[in-house]
Design a protein. Sequence first.
Length: 152
Amino acid sequence: MADVRSVTKNRRARHEYHIIATYEAGIVLEGMEVKAIREGKISLQDSYARIENGEVFLYDTHISQYSHSTIQRYNPKRRRKLLLNRREIRKLFGKTHQGGVTLIPLSVYFTERGLAKVSLALARGKHQYDKREDMKKETLKRDLAVALKDRD
């Protein structure tokens, strides 16, 4: 991916889930939503994707209203359709119907052509002990980096 401008990331995703695979999907947006995303008025907190009738939809993604918009009725958390190949949708459908596997957005970004894309992850929820283990590894890694830096 050359020259990609990241808008937002789901920081909690890698802490809460084991990432199995990632996919790139386009988003169907209204005109002023694109401008709001360019302003950075988007939040992926608590958002998820679901497959319904052979189509993938993104839920609970909050896109605030564009600052210069005149639209009176606007639902910032409406469901938004994601654009994936039929083959990818079928593969995701099969995997999400296994126990404990879900689709979560990792980030939203613009391509060099100006298209808004979502990095979607097939993920399995972590247990509390997995989270503690990851925190221990991060702490050890950080301590090792500090020790090596001080040694020089």
